[in-house]
Unconditional design. Structure first.
Length: 423
């Protein structure tokens, strides 16, 4: 098969790494890709939302299967674009249609979906600019901290957790009246704060059948001890040590099953990954959010543990026969640590020369924000490289990952030294 992966981050490199191991693969393309994918695939310089450019590539290279990495093209309707085009409609696409992608594209839609299907989540109300005063009153009825979420996609920056009521009111005004997050915050969801420990559950579904992939826990804050600004993720571990069989059963029965059934009941065909952001409150799982693709850096710890032929797994998903596949999972733990550019998640410089990748042993380096300058690997983003290792338990996996990340170097390199500290 000829396969195209859309995206350029660590998630897409991890997908490419897994697909490249399959004997069913003929040629692999990544658009636009990075310096890591360039070693195992043909990078094509196309934007993820350049649907016409992607169409030309698919037809020219006789691509059979398209795997959509990031959320933007899904929310913008790339699945629908393929299936409404006579030249593309027989190409298999891993990723949901636009209507189902609204689960990630609109926080309000997701909350209403959960309420309709009895899926446990935080109490909430949503507000527009003409209801600002009502928003203030709702904030006054809550105990701190206050959770404000921009309804639309805001590149991972649209969620604020604030401890001061007046600051929460000020930020609500900024989001609704001053368009702090642009169109993404024309509606703001205010939620009750849930106190617990977070984790991620990943589901692969063909719309009828589903497989629950390994759980993971990521670390979003830039600073050690989970302090400082939110990032796209500074590291992750899989599986989550505190998830036992009884808790996993609750996740499946109370959340996964009603989510897949709810999509069917609402006539929202779904082919691809559902990333369910969860919080464990006492002994109960509750949904924080849905994403309609894999997470990053969680993909970098989940996919190395999947032992199936990944192309066969994706093909079965696209063809509605996922029930025929038995998932094979490596019992070992995986850990990944992310090296980022100095200044990230605020201002940072690109174009720094990266050294030491070839010295890494007994671990995998997944490229995120990198590109090739002639044959030199240079930084091209805030999150630059993820180092993933496997071990008999997460502490061993982390030890190997940390031993290897010390071999990497670029000007301003930073990584958290406490991934897994709370486990």
């Amino acid at each position: 098969m000829n396969i195209l992966i859309i995206g350029s981050g660590g998630r897409e490199h991890a997908i490419a790494h897994k697909i490249s191991q399959s004997p069913r693969l003929n040629r692999l393309f990544v658009a636009p890709g990075n310096a890591g994918t360039a070693r195992i695939a043909a990078n094509i310089d196309l934007g993820v939302n350049d649907f016409e450019g992607i169409k030309s590539l698919v037809l020219r290279e006789k691509i059979n299967l398209v795997v959509v990495g990031p959320e933007n093209p899904l929310v913008e309707g790339i699945y629908d674009f393929f299936h409404s085009d006579p030249e593309l409609k027989n190409i298999q696409v891993i990723g949901p249609p636009k209507a189902a992608a609204t689960l990630e594209g609109s926080k309000e839609f997701a909350k209403k979906f959960m309420l309709r299907h009895g899926i446990p989540t935080a109490a909430y109300q949503s507000f527009t600019s003409d209801r600002l005063e009502e928003g203030f009153q709702f904030l006054e009825s809550l105990n701190p901290p206050y959770v404000l979420k921009a309804d639309g996609l805001a590149a991972g920056k649209g969620v604020l957790i604030l401890h001061d009521l007046e600051e929460a009111k000020k930020e609500l005004r900024s989001m609704l009246r001053d368009a702090k997050f642009g169109m993404a915050s024309r509606i703001v969801v205010i939620e009750e704060f849930l106190d617990g420990i977070e984790l991620s559950c990943f589901v692969l579904t063909d719309g009828e059948n589903y497989k629950i992939l390994p759980t993971a826990k990521d670390y979003k804050r830039i600073g050690e001890g989970d302090t400082g600004l939110n990032t796209g993720g500074m590291g992750a571990i899989s599986p989550v040590p505190f998830v036992d069989e009884a808790f996993m059963r609750k996740i499946e029965e109370q959340i996964v099953q009603p989510t897949v059934e709810g999509l069917k009941k609402e006539n929202l065909p779904y082919i691809g990954f559902i990333f369910i952001g969860l919080i464990k409150v006492g002994d109960q799982p509750k949904v924080i959010e849905y994403n309609v693709r894999m997470g990053d850096p969680e993909t970098e710890v989940v996919f190395p543990r999947i032992q199936n032929d990944f192309v066969e797994l994706l093909k079965a998903t696209a063809e509605g026969r996922l029930n025929e596949i038995e998932l094979e999972i490596d019992n070992r733990s995986a850990a990944t640590v992310m090296a980022v550019s100095g200044g990230y998640p605020e201002a940072y410089k690109k174009g720094k020369v990266i050294s030491g990748i070839e010295k890494v042993d007994n671990a995998i380096v997944f490229h995120a924000g990198t590109k090739l300058d002639n044959s030199t690997v240079i930084t091209n983003g805030g999150r630059v490289l993820a180092v993933t290792a496997l071990g008999n338990h997460f502490e061993e996996a982390l030890k190997i990952a940390y031993r290897n990340i010390k071999k990497l170097d670029f000007d301003g390199i930073y990584y958290r030294k406490d991934i897994g500290f709370d486990l």
